[in-house]
Design a protein around this ligand. Sequence first.
Ligand SMILES: [Zn+2]
Length: 397
Amino acid sequence: MATQKDIIDQAFPETLKILSDLINFQTVSGSSNLKLIEYCEKKLSKLGAISFKTFHDSKQQANLFSTINGKEKLNGGGIILSGHTDVVPASPKEWSSDPYVAREKDNKIYARGSCDMKGFIACTLAMAPYFAEQKLKKPVHFSYTYDEETSCLGAPVLIKELKKRNINYPICIIGEPTNMKAIHSHKGYYEYITYFTGLAGHASAPDKGVSAVEYAIRYCNKLMELRDELKKRKPKNSIFSPPYSTLQIGKINGGLFTNVIADQCTLNWEVRPVTPADGKFVTENIETYVKETLLPEMKKIYPKADIKKVVIGETIGFEKEEKSDAVNLVCNLTGDNSRGTVAFGTEAGLFQEIGISTVVCGPGSIEQAHTIDEYVTLDQLKLCLKMLVDLKERLTS
Ligand SMILES: [Zn+2]
């Protein structure tokens, strides 16, 4: 019988091959991931997996959910292995080599997505045949989503379908790069763009125009006030760093010239709430300020003036469970009992919200994610394979 080491040795070259294939698909968020999804679906269906897909309205992006029931047909239960298929953009000029071609050097694989998070997907696909040949007691599910990097647009479409199917999925492992450490919580991530429409005019007669830039500044000041309020709302015994919800204005864009009243301005800003109530607090307060103060003043001069806040994404936080089956499972599998929190958002809160015990644990470090010359180490990929081999033992015994 193959030992754990034998399986890792066999699955490792296949992992690298699959990773290299996955990297070749240029699945930048917002662009089509259909070819990558087709590649994964083919591999899994050859092993007898049963799959379904859910799509973005454009039909150019898909989530794949595939189940290997093993030799006995089983319904419900089991473990979900989840990863997002999209990557952040890369500008090839800045890279040492083509970001969409895997390059192995110094025991590392360099490429966009190698660490975040095609490395994890490659490990799960390379292990799939070993799950398929076993008499699994519980099924294993492969969940590959689109557009995570743009505020988790894909996962909610999948989650809605999972909820509709009303199957009980007890545990989900999300393989975002955590150096294979179990992560039990993170803050939410809410992203907005606010559009200001004013009335252009000559700067010598400011009362005849409506400056979109100046109203945007007042809006910013209100946000800064709310930011201070968020600090005061810090929960007792917060596990996060910083311990309170944060707010940041990342980009402001508007106006034409010094002597022209600006008719347009846009503001990109974000909130990272420690509780959903903090997210609501910001939204409600800024909307009241707009409705009761800014808009009436603007419309008095120009009835068509407007302020429109667009939600780019509101990814809910991932809350620490008192006793988490998922975190305990991963700690048992990896033999590493350290549990922590991270400063980046994931799809974890979305799975948790429908009652699935969830943990974030995957190969690579977030420090390399989204960077120029992103990489994952071979050791991290091996550790991930080891976790999956141990998981297979657990699902069969
Ligand atoms: Zn990621």
